[in-house]
Design a binder for this molecule. Structure first.
Ligand SMILES: C[S@@+](CC[C@H](N)C(=O)[O-])C[C@H]1O[C@@H](n2cnc3c(N)ncnc32)[C@H](O)[C@@H]1O
Length: 219
């Protein structure tokens, strides 16, 4: 069973200071000594990305991909292994240092960056943008701003993977599942972006988790 005790406590204090992203580097720094405290780090690429990649979007030679909130880099490395020219970023410098350490011969361009204040050159620059599990750890007002930035990075395709809940259901403790209207609003606010596939399902984890896997395309 994943223990989210430390993550939730650091998040509570960080949000109390009005800093929605500050706790991530605190968590990763502490995880240098206690690796088990990062709830999402399991050392393998997200199976919902692995399953999607060949089915939906085979890379053309050196298509550019961006991985949002890449953490320790497993999803970025997966896309690089499929032939993408991958940029991967995280707000935590400790996570980025750890990703570079884990994959010393990687072709991935790992960067420290804040999704709320990204390099201007990233706008519309990536054939594929992958966002998995980052929006769900940002509180709602910040989440909408981050989602708009993420949508803006995509030249052709955006893949979003998250926990899911009904609109009326309480979000519960962190991570806070997204709602369908919340996801649909991303396309609504982004000119030229449309949802081409919306999967709403219960996964095979123990216990099972309701997820969204949503593919957006830029027309
Ligand atoms: C729940 S983790 C998910 C990590 C990875 N995407 C995965 O699926 O395992 C969220 C990640 O987003 C990063 N993050 C949080 N706020 C961010 C921000 N403002 N800009 C960039 N990355 C951020 C965190 O440091 C963390 O690595």
């Amino acid at each position: 069973m994943t223990d989210r005790t430390v993550a939730r406590e650091l998040a509570r204090r960080s949000l109390g200071r009005g800093d929605p992203s500050g706790w991530f580097d605190e968590l990763y720094a502490r995880a240098e000594r206690e690796p088990e405290i990062v709830p999402w780090a399991n050392g393998v690429p997200n199976p919902l990305l692995v399953d999607w990649t060949p089915r939906r979007f085979e890379s053309r030679p050196r298509s550019a991909a961006l991985v949002v909130g890449c953490g320790y880099g497993d999803d970025a490395e997966w896309l690089a292994s499929r032939g993408y020219a991958v940029t991967a970023f995280d707000v935590s410098s400790t996570a980025i240092t750890a990703a570079r350490r884990r994959f010393p011969r990687s072709s991935v361009d790992y960067r420290v960056a804040d999704v709320l204040d990204p390099p201007a050159s990233w706008t519309g620059a990536f054939d594929l943008v992958v966002e998995s599990f980052t929006l769900q750890v940002l509180p709602p007002p910040v989440r909408a701003r981050a989602a708009d930035r993420i949508a803006g990075f995509a030249k052709r395709c955006l893949l979003l993977i998250s926990r899911a809940r009904d609109p009326g259901a309480p979000p519960g403790p962190l991570p806070w599942p997204l709602t369908r209207p919340e996801v649909e609003a991303i396309a609504g606010r982004t000119p030229g972006l449309a949802i081409v596939s919306f999967e709403d399902f219960v996964d095979h984890e123990t216990p099972p988790v309701r997820r969204f896997r949503v593919e957006f395309a830029r027309r």
